[in-house]
Design a protein around this ligand. Structure first.
Ligand SMILES: Nc1ncnc2c1ncn2[C@@H]1O[C@H](COP(=O)(O)OP(=O)(O)OP(=O)(O)O)[C@@H](O)[C@H]1O
Length: 481
């Protein structure tokens, strides 16, 4: 029994009945509302975990309902929603994604697919608690590849720190990972966790750049019921959820100053207090933080608290920029080409001397991430067995259709989708939007999610759905959720 409460808002009687019967067979509780008004009433009196929302109801549009729900300030504001769309409702589905719908299903809906979708959402904790809890088995974490002395040193540091942390069971020294964007800080954090004896405990990743300050505070520390207007239930924070595992504070440089103060208190005293509570709870979590910001300079400039900086960097790992790693770019390129070929069922391409030279000569400002995306693109675009970088190199990505995804994005360039949209089905259009967003942000999932106007979690889910995994380390953990 899953105990999951589902509200199905659907006016096609027979279809609704069939869905509800199947969901109940799977152990879910399902309530059918045939109008938006009934749904509203139901939500007012009941708590639901998931809403399955049709886009056209007799008394209004599902999209308007979703918008109102998100803005209502009611307990249901953040409820997970999957929209059910009919042919020709592409724009609605895209808008629903922007309103944080977790997924859409095209009618006619295959009941197995529906159950699968729900199951995936449950597995990914998206329905239960909006956290990124990723117990990643070690075998699924990529290694930090590279033969340069700089990479060797990083790998040695990881092994050493894993051992130190295992010895200091209750008060492990915090680790700060520094390095330009795309150099592998995320991978490094996962490896640290998996190298230590905490490997089988929770690994909680918090993207400090992805959420507004007040949300991060609630996410990190949790809250008591009634602590603030929308705190309708008591919820533990991510630090508590990590128990004696690891909390990875990604993009820690973006943490607002007032939260830096609170974090400092936690690191210093190892006690956490939920918002609105007087009770303190001890934490045995290991804190790993990462940033591409020049934190030492930021300390001098007053943008980052000196005391927090010194507490975080008990141990520091500095990931080298790819341009300083000699032939590593070539080693990595060959590895990524092999992986991509395998993934797409294509022959492993040959690297001509010219291509090798091009790879070695390129600056790779986006570091390994940029290299990875370029090679994957090249594998897909090459017409022959010989890898062709001419369409894939960063300054030659003219085949990428300019696209504005988020209406709030400053670099807007209508239309939302390219004119080829008519020839695309909903699934393809969604995939295209995501690929465009990732291209625009050089594969940075947090930024891409922001651009798409959806949460990072919702984007992670879609990446997996479309098999766009491992484009960025962000997805590695998700694969194994
Ligand atoms: N040495 C490496 N070997 C293999 N893959 C790597 C290596 N370094 C990075 N990657 C890959 O490059 C991509 C970017 O890595 P990652 O997300 O860890 O970078 P990051 O430094 O955290 O970036 P950002 O600062 O933008 O968050 C991922 O797909 C990751 O798997």
């Amino acid at each position: 029994m899953n105990n999951l409460q589902i509200l199905l808002i659907e006016d096609e009687h027979f279809f609704a009945k069939a869905v509800s019967k199947r969901l109940e067979k799977e152990g879910f509780a399902c309530y059918i509302a045939t109008t938006l008004q009934v749904a509203q009433q139901y939500l007012y009196n009941n708590t639901v975990d998931l809403i399955l929302l049709d886009m056209r109801l007799p008394d209004g549009s599902g999209l308007d309902f979703l918008r109102t729900l998100r803005e209502s300030g009611q307990p249901a504001t953040e409820t997970a929603v999957v929209v059910l769309t009919a042919f020709g409702e592409l724009e609605d589905a895209v808008s629903a994604m922007k309103l944080h719908a977790l997924d859409f299903l095209k009618k006619p809906i295959d009941l197995d697919t529906l159950v699968n979708t729900i199951q995936q959402l449950i597995n990914k904790e998206q329905l239960k608690q909006k956290i990124q809890y990723q117990p990643t088995p070690h075998s699924d974490v990529v290694q930090l590849l590279g033969n340069s002395p700089l990479l060797h040193k990083v790998r040695q540091q990881i092994t050493r720190m894993g051992a130190i942390v295992s010895q200091a069971e209750y008060e492990p020294p915090h680790v700060l990972i520094l390095g330009e964007t795309g150099t592998g800080k995320d991978v490094c954090a996962h490896l640290l966790h998996h190298t230590s004896q905490r490997a089988n405990r929770p690994f909680i990743q918090v993207d400090c750049a992805a959420l507004p300050a007040e949300l991060i505070e609630a996410e990190l520390f949790g809250h008591e019921k009634g602590a603030y207007t929308h705190a309708h239930t008591t919820r533990k924070g991510l630090i508590e959820t990590a128990e004696n595992g690891t909390v990875f504070l990604d993009e820690v440089g973006e943490l607002p100053l007032e939260l830096q103060t609170k974090l400092l208190a936690v690191l210093g005293r190892r006690m956490v207090r939920r918002i609105g509570s007087t009770q303190e709870r001890r934490t045995e979590a290991w804190f790993i933080a990462a940033t591409h910001r020049p934190l030492a300079r930021w300390v001098e400039e007053g943008k980052f608290r000196a005391d927090l900086y010194y507490r975080l960097n008990t141990l520091t790992i500095e990931l080298p920029a790819l341009r300083h790693c000699g032939q590593d770019s070539l080693v990595l390129a060959q590895y990524f080409a092999q992986q991509a070929a395998q993934r797409y069922g294509l022959p492993v391409p040959i690297f001509s001397p010219t291509v090798c030279e091009q790879i070695l000569q390129t600056e790779w400002r986006g570091n390994v991430r940029e290299l990875r995306h370029t090679i994957e693109r090249a594998v897909l675009l090459s017409d022959t067995d010989i890898l062709d970088l001419s369409h894939a190199l960063p300054n030659q990505t003219s085949e990428v259709i300019p696209l504005s995804i988020n209406a709030n994005s400053p670099d807007i360039a209508e239309p939302l989708l390219p004119s080829t949209t008519n020839a695309l089905n909903l699934e393809q259009a969604e995939r295209l939007l995501i690929e465009q967003a990732l291209t625009k942000t050089a594969g940075n999932v947090s930024q891409a999610a922001r651009l798409l106007g959806i949460t990072r979690m919702a984007l992670r889910y879609r990446l997996q759905k479309h098999g766009l995994k491992a484009q960025d380390n962000d997805e590695l953990a998700t694969d194994t959720d």
